[in-house]
Design a protein around this ligand. Sequence first.
Ligand code: 13P
Ligand code: 13P
Ligand code: MG
Ligand code: MG
Length: 375
Amino acid sequence: MVRTTVSVIKADVGSVAGHVCPTISMVEYAKKILEEGRETGIVKSFYVYSVGDDVGLVMTHHKGENNPEIHELAWKVFKEITEKISKPLKLYAAGQDLLKDAFSGTVKGMGPGVAEIEFEERGSDPIIVFAADKTSPGAWNLPLYKIFADPFNTAGLVIDPVLHEGFIFEVMDLREGRTAKLKTPEESYDLLSLIGTTNRYVISKVYRAKDNEPAASASTTRLSYIAGKYVGKDDPVLIIRAQSGLPAVGEILSAFAVPFLVPGWMRGSHYGPLMPVSFKKKQNVVSYFDGPPRVIAMGWQIAEGKLVGVDGVEPVDLFEDPFWDTVRQKASEIALYMRTMGEFMPARIEQEEMEYTTLPKVLEKLSSRFIEVKP
Ligand code: 13P
Ligand code: 13P
Ligand code: MG
Ligand code: MG
């Protein structure tokens, strides 16, 4: 049986009016290159989206995860957009996420974010791709836990015998570069003890315990760990398969109904609420304090290795439902409240994360002002 892979590769390669959005020409350019890739058989289908200032490529094929041809195609898209559009137009932070020069088989460790999932197609295979701007990979920990391990979020964990056996979470320790697998519900508390520390432990994959069926895959890039300094946030992506023995689409989306706080927002240095937005209604312009952080949800079916949307490959805009207006309202209120705290923690992110920003330069200037005392 042929296996299908969904690869999502994204990067911020420059934007208009600061870190707000890419130009339409950048998205069109990406489509042109991927269409060539489709014609020459590298990908079977594709879709190009933008969220805030990030451009994302959703590609389907039968080549498996981490395939050099797929990664090279994505690298070519981002490199050429930078050279041909962002730099000549002096767009803001042109080529921001391209941290290395020469491609060497994978975009991992080079700046762009990657999430990939390979599976054998079921009788019907719905997927959701989430893409966020102004935050970082740990942002998915809370919703992934709710979707795959919290019966108050996912009724299927109680009702459906296939889900009832639980899920296996692969957790990546970003600092040490290692992974561990934990099984829920048995190891829920152990899992929470790790993934509550969102800036170090991030969920990279989720599998169904009954048969190891791949259920979710998230990007885990930390730009600051590659560059050694703050260059922008990592604005993560997440792929989740749904229905028929996996959480239903509505259960997956439920995890975003209360806006939780994520790190990112202005200068990547503040906690703000993650706001679910519609991409069709153009709620995609990050404008209040460069935010608030936001997430879009794109829904497709997968058939014979291709994306099936509502009109060709055009995805369902899952946060378009008026229900989410209330959630957006709530997120705006939380955002305003968080800003009343200015630069005081916990509105500003923790000291060790600030190390990568320009704050150490300010602190350095003050170091000579201190005199020693016994605390
Ligand atoms: P599945 O049988 O596809 O899991 O769907 C159940 C359902 O009706 C969820 O809304
Ligand atoms: P991005 O990570 O989306 O480029 O945002 C950077 C930033 O500093 C916003 O204030
Ligand atoms: Mg940017
Ligand atoms: Mg961004």
